[in-house]
Design a protein around this ligand. Structure first.
Ligand SMILES: CCCCCCCCCCCCCC(=O)SCCNC(=O)CCNC(=O)[C@H](O)C(C)(C)COP(=O)(O)OP(=O)(O)OC[C@H]1O[C@@H](n2cnc3c(N)ncnc32)[C@H](O)[C@@H]1OP(=O)(O)O
Length: 192
């Protein structure tokens, strides 16, 4: 856990510059995989997070807490909130940098309870890049983009080759992500 006062990013970084093919500010981001627990439209009890690109290296996401997401009665489960942030942070990394990347470290500060029925407005910003390491952080505000902060998160994503997914996961992963062999060299930076 990064201690209060510890600098972030924890190492020297270069600015995180969005890829030339990254969606423009204002663009709505679609589902990256229909069975993704974070954004997938085929996961009934999933988080159904919707995201769009904002100004700067920022992606904003909304997550509405339902009864399927409870820990204590009427309150969101902390682990599910962490999942929502993983999705929101990963969406910023993947969509803005277009580098296949995975979460290596994720830390969350739970500042206020998040009730069922509320919507978290999550703003995830790319903070810097150091080689394969991508630092990204987010605030989640209750019920409005300028509402009170309920959750904060910081994460390290690490760029991987596409074989990470096809070797460790599903050999058809690229097809399921909607990334074709033809698109790969043009649309994605692969330099792990
Ligand atoms: C169109 C586009 C749409 C895209 C949308 C996408 C949306 C997606 C939304 C979904 C989002 C959900 C996303 C998900 O859920 S991703 C699923 C959850 N994550 C995983 O499963 C990842 C599992 N871990 C691994 O595979 C490996 O450990 C990785 C690949 C991460 C690194 O193993 P690898 O052997 O390759 O590399 P390395 O070990 O040399 O490490 C490299 C560097 O990183 C540093 N390091 C590593 N770990 C840590 C750590 N814990 N704290 C601090 N530092 C750490 C390390 O010191 C080194 O630094 P340096 O020595 O170089 O300085």
């Amino acid at each position: 856990m990064t201690k209060p006062g510890q600098s972030w990013p924890p190492t020297d970084t270069e600015p995180a510059v969005p890829h030339e093919d990254a969606p423009a500010p204002g663009s709505k981001l679609g589902v990256h995989y229909s069975h993704c627990f974070g954004c997938g439209d085929e996961v009934e009890a999933g988080l159904h997070i919707q995201s769009s690109v904002a100004e700067g290296p920022v992606v904003v996401s909304q997550f509405t807490v339902t009864e399927a997401h409870q820990g204590a009665p009427g309150l969101a489960h902390g682990g599910l909130l962490a999942c929502a942030f993983d999705e929101a942070l990963g969406s910023a990394v993947g969509n803005l940098l277009r580098k296949p990347s995975v979460t290596a470290k994720l830390e969350t500060d739970f500042v206020r309870p998040v009730p069922v029925g509320s919507t978290l407005h999550i703003a995830a910003e790319l903070d810097g890049v150091s080689g394969r390491k991508i630092y990204v952080s987010a605030d989640g505000r209750l019920d409005a983009a300028d509402g009170p902060v309920a959750v904060r998160a910081r994460a390290l994503f690490v760029t991987v080759g596409f074989e990470h997914f096809t070797t460790h996961g599903d050999k058809d992963a690229l097809h399921k992500f909607g990334v074709s062999d033809k698109e790969r060299p043009k649309d994605w930076d692969i330099n792990p």
